[in-house]
Design a protein around this ligand. Structure first.
Ligand code: DAH
Length: 344
């Protein structure tokens, strides 16, 4: 073993390589799976115990030197550009870059926002960490309303009067917009919201909403209905019908939930719309006078409507995705299906 170690050491000292290929060959010959040094390590297991110390040290030094030498030769070969002369054709086209694509939730959010931009709406954003006042109080939530309950809301600090929390809806941006904008107001507010919900096919603790707000003199429920109808037809196709069902939200009066005619069965009834022919897309209503007054707007002179929709929900309906969790799992097979989608 001693002679072989010495022989390899000598070879190593004399080793010269011109190209990266030669370096790689030398690496395989010495350190590869069946390389000379690797074999010595295999044999080392069978030598007499009293020799182990001496040869163990020698072998380790040899291996370390060999690795260092190979690295050194590799760097030298690469630096001298020797590989270019080694028969490789450097004019060959390179490996194509795989282009990424936008996430379906981003695509849906952009589509929604762009539709309202076309109608003349501005875009407003607000903080994700909000205070109780902007998320609840200014929106007419009575102090003991269940939406303020710990079960729905992630609290960040429990300041007694106005605790900080992760906003549970983008309606808070309505309030911030009303506080600082001049009238009339026409905005959509896209953003991320947070709720303390168990994750399932239909619910997640983080999702996205787009909120809309329109305030001017003489705004009526008919204007709201028309805006939603136009939106639904742009989003889901020109044949789409809407229906409004009475509902309740603390910040709007009257309030409604809006359904669109099912874009799969066109109203006949299928398993996507559970046989009803309709799919719920958003909540809306006329802004409650209390909400206008809380932000310093004269409710005798001005009126307005608001609406709020879940982006994931719209995206699920538009592309027939049956499980919300797909949007958060980053499975490339799912994401690639949207690589050709464009904004409207
Ligand atoms: N903020 C409501 C929610 O998260 C959605 C909503 C309903 C927004 C009605 C509105 C509205 O502006 O008018 O459930």
């Amino acid at each position: 073993m001693k002679e072989r170690i010495e022989k390899i050491t000598e070879e190593l000292n004399a080793l010269k390589c011109k190209t990266e290929k030669e370096v790689e060959d030398a690496r395989v010959r010495l350190l590869g799976k069946k390389g000379e040094i690797t074999q010595l390590f295999d044999e080392f297991r069978t030598i007499a115990p009293e020799l182990k110390r001496e040869f163990g040290q020698k072998l380790n030094v040899l291996k370390k030197d060999a690795m260092a030498k190979i690295e050194e030769l590799k760097a030298a070969a690469a630096a001298s550009g020797a590989s270019a002369g080694s028969g490789e054709d450097t004019t060959m086209p390179g490996e194509p870059h795989q282009l990424g694509s936008r996430h379906p939730v981003s695509i849906a959010r952009e589509q929604i926002v762009n539709i309202f931009r076309k109608f003349g709406y501005d875009v407003a954003e607000g903080p994700e960490i909000e205070d109780d006042y902007h998320v609840f109080e200014a929106l007419n939530f009575p102090p003991n309303h269940p939406a303020r309950d710990m079960q729905d809301t992630f609290f960040v600090s429990n300041g007694h009067l106005n605790p900080l929390l992760l906003r549970t809806h983008t309606s808070s941006v309505q309030v911030r917009t009303m506080e600082k904008s001049q009238l009339p107001i026409r905005v959509v507010c896209p953003g991320r919201v947070f709720r303390n919900e168990a994750i399932s096919a239909r619910a997640h603790c983080i999702f996205h909403q787009v909120e809309g707000l329109y305030i001017d003199e003489n705004v009526t429920f008919a204007d709201l209905k028309q805006a939603i109808l136009l939106f639904a037809r742009e989003m889901f196709g020109p044949e789409t019908e809407i229906r409004m069902r009475p509902s309740y939200f603390p910040f709007t009066e009257p309030s409604a939930e809006v359904d669109v005619s099912c874009n799969i069965c066109h109203g006949k009834g299928c398993n996507i719309c559970k046989g009803t022919g309709w799919l719920e897309i958003l909540g809306c209503g006329m802004v409650d006078p209390n909400v206008l007054e809380a932000s310093g707007i004269d409710s005798k002179k001005y009126s307005g409507f608001a609406f709020g929709m879940g982006v994931e929900r719209i995206a699920m309906l538009k592309w027939q995705v049956n499980d919300l969790r797909h949007y958060f799992e980053n499975d490339m097979r799912f994401l690639r299906e949207f690589s050709t989608c464009v904004d409207v």
